[in-house]
Structures are given as structure tokens and as C-alpha cells.
Design a protein around this ligand. Structure first.
Ligand SMILES: C[S@@+](CC[C@H](N)C(=O)[O-])C[C@H]1O[C@@H](n2cnc3c(N)ncnc32)[C@H](O)[C@@H]1O
Length: 316
């Protein structure tokens, strides 16, 4: 094999907990390549320090071992067996409600890899905000592709969740300032911990605020004086639309502030309803490109749409 792109691809999928069914392992993997795969995945010191889901690691190693045993390989790297035994012998981590996922960013910035602490389940503690959703990845990709548009801007993110989009922007774009926000106490705790984990390497000013959309008023808007408001995966519950749209209107009513929103299209009717409310609420919006994923990996085929919006009737 000895093709570093194969090892890199296995590593990126493993670190992001990509579904194991999507791993296409080569039939023959030389021992030295097996060593490299081990070092890039379960044997990576940063994975040992910030572990990804133990059950996932177990299944990954089992898959590797079975695939190596059942194909043309003469031997299986012994540390895979050792690692499998270790993973199997560890006590169940039911009481550990979080795990980490790692997202390599390449060499474009100070941070070579985002390490994000997330909930082990998609919806927990009454919120969807404890893990990174596909729209967060898509918006991160869009922002990096359009980094000239973001450069020098003061940006507020609504409903930041665990912070993946904002940390991508702080790593690879050059905002004047980036403000993360959310309203759920547990989400804010995890968000703070994720931002703290990377802040030593972040050059751009940033802060985290507790901001329920219902509390956005003119005074706050004036004090923030934003250039750009962004949000990912906040279009999923129609009952949240009035507060979100009012908040956007208040923030975008003065100055040149515009918005960029990435939405996962799980239900077309929900998205259409949001567009109708934007239209009747005095916004203009245009659909923009949803970039191919080049930094992150798409975990499924659910479409993501990204819009740019502005408010028509600015305050003078
Ligand atoms: C589906 S999650 C998306 C999180 C993140 N942007 C992502 O895409 O991974 C929606 C987020 O919006 C936040 N949210 C929901 N309603 C809110 C409100 N009324 N005010 C502020 N944040 C809210 C939730 O706490 C949650 O973090």
C-alpha cells in the first residue's frame, strides 16, 4: 500500500467517528503501513489524551483486525491486538456522557487539529447543542472558502453549540472579533471548555456570551455593532422562528450588518416556512454555494443549504 493519502483518509474518518461501514480498507496492508495506521488512530497520543468514544474505537480496531486476518496479510501488527484487549477491558463509560472528536485542519493556521468535546448522544439534556451538526461543518467550510469576506469583520454566531464553526473561523479566517453565543447552560459550559482548549493558539479576539434570541434588543445590538451574524443548524423547530427572526432583524437593522445561515434540510416544509417568514419579515436573502467538503468529512447525505441575508428597512 504505502500510500500516505490512504492512511490520512483512514485517520480523518476515525478521528471524526465516521460510520465504520464507510471505511474501505485495502486488501493488503504491509506491516509498516499498519504501524502508521495505528499511530494515526488508536495509538495517537492526542487520542489517548482526548479519547473518542470507546465503543467506536473498539469496533474500529476489531474491523481492522478482522480485515487483516481475513485477507492477504501475513501478519497483524501486535499493538492492534493489545489495543483491542485494553479497550475491551476498560470499564463501561456510561457515566461519561461526553467524548471527543478530532478534526484535522491541515497546516493553514496555528491550530492543526480541532479537538471538540461533545455529548455521546445527538440529543441529550433537553438540547441539540451538545454535538456538532453537519451544517456547522458546512458553514465552517463556506467561511474558509470565503475568508476574504470574513476578514476584519466583527462576527456574532447565534446558537454556537459546542463551537466547531467558530473555532474553524478563528483558526483559518481573520475576523476582527468573533463572539460565540448560546443559551443552554450545559452547552455554554462545553463551549467554554472547547474554546479554552484552543485559545492559547488563537490570535484573534473572541468571547462567549449567554444570548437567548428572545433577549436581543436594540441596546444590545448597538453595543455589539456587528458586521456579520452567522448561524448553523438553527432552522429545525418552527416555534423558535419568531424569536430567531426578531433577533436577526434587531441585529441587522443598523449599519451594514448582514447574515449567513447554514441549514440542514431534514424537512423541506420547515425550511420553506422559514423562508416565508423571512420574506414577510422584511429580509432579502439569496442562496449561496454550499461548498464541497475539503477540510471536514460529510457524515451523511442530508443536504445543507446556505443563505446570505440582509434586512431591508435599516434604522437611520
Ligand atoms: C442544532 S443545535 C446547532 C449547534 C451548532 N450551531 C451546530 O450546528 O453544531 C441548535 C443550537 O441553538 C441553540 N438555541 C436554540 N434555541 C435558542 C434560543 N432561543 N436562543 C439561543 N440559542 C438557542 C441551542 O442551544 C443549540 O446549541
Amino acid at each position: 500500500m504505502s500510500d500516505s493519502s490512504v492512511i490520512t483518509s483512514i485517520q480523518r474518518k476515525f478521528l471524526a467517528c465516521f460510520p465504520l461501514s464507510a471505511f474501505n480498507l485495502p486488501r493488503k496492508i504491509e506491516l509498516n503501513d499498519q504501524v502508521e495506521i495505528f499511530k494515526a488512530t488508536v495509538g495517537d497520543p492526542r487520542v489517548l489524551e482526548y479519547p473518542i468514544k470507546r465503543e467506536y474505537q473498539q469496533k474500529f480496531v476489531r474491523k481492522i483486525v478482522e480485515s487483516l486476518e481475513n485477507s492477504e496479510n501475513e501478519e497483524v501488527y501486535e499493538l492492534f491486538y493489545e489495543s483491542l484487549c485494553n479497550l475491551l477491558s476498560q470499564t463501561t463509560d456510561n457515566d461519561h456522557k461526553t467524548h471527543y472528536r478530532h478534526f484535522p485542519l491541515g497546516n493553514g493556521g496555528n491550530i492543526d487539529r480541532l479537538i471538540i468535546q461533545e455529548s455521546r448522544s445527538l440529543i441529550s439534556e433537553g438540547t441539540t447543542g451538545l454535538c456538532s451538526w453537519q451544517a456547522a461543518l458546512a458553514l465552517g467550510e463556506w467561511c474558509v472558502l470565503h475568508r476574504d469576506f470574513l476578514e476584519g469583520k466583527k462576527i456574532l454566531e447565534l446558537g454556537s453549540g459546542v463551537g466547531l464553526t467558530g473555532l474553524t473561523i478563528l483558526s483559518l479566517c481573520s475576523p476582527r472579533k468573533f463572539i460565540f453565543s448560546d443559551c443552554h447552560p450545559r452547552v455554554l459550559t462545553l463551549l467554554r471548555s472547547n474554546v479554552d482548549c484552543h485559545s492559547r493558539k488563537i490570535d484573534h479576539p473572541h468571547e462567549i456570551i449567554d444570548l437567548p434570541w428572545e433577549n436581543i434588543d436594540e441596546q444590545l445590538s448597538n453595543s455589539l455593532d456587528l458586521d456579520l451574524v452567522i448561524a448553523a443548524d438553527v432552522i429545525y423547530d418552527k416555534s423558535l422562528f419568531p424569536s430567531l427572526i426578531n433577533g436577526l432583524r434587531t441585529l441587522m437593522s443598523s449599519g451594514n450588518c448582514v447574515g449567513v445561515i447554514a441549514m440542514t434540510v431534514r424537512n423541506q416544509e420547515t425550511v420553506s416556512e422559514f423562508f416565508e417568514q423571512l420574506n414577510s419579515g422584511g429580509f432579502v436573502y439569496e442562496e449561496t454555494d454550499t461548498p464541497e467538503f475539503s477540510i471536514f468529512i460529510r457524515s451523511d447525505d442530508t443536504p445543507v443549504r446556505i443563505i446570505k441575508l440582509s434586512y431591508r428597512n435599516k434604522r437611520s
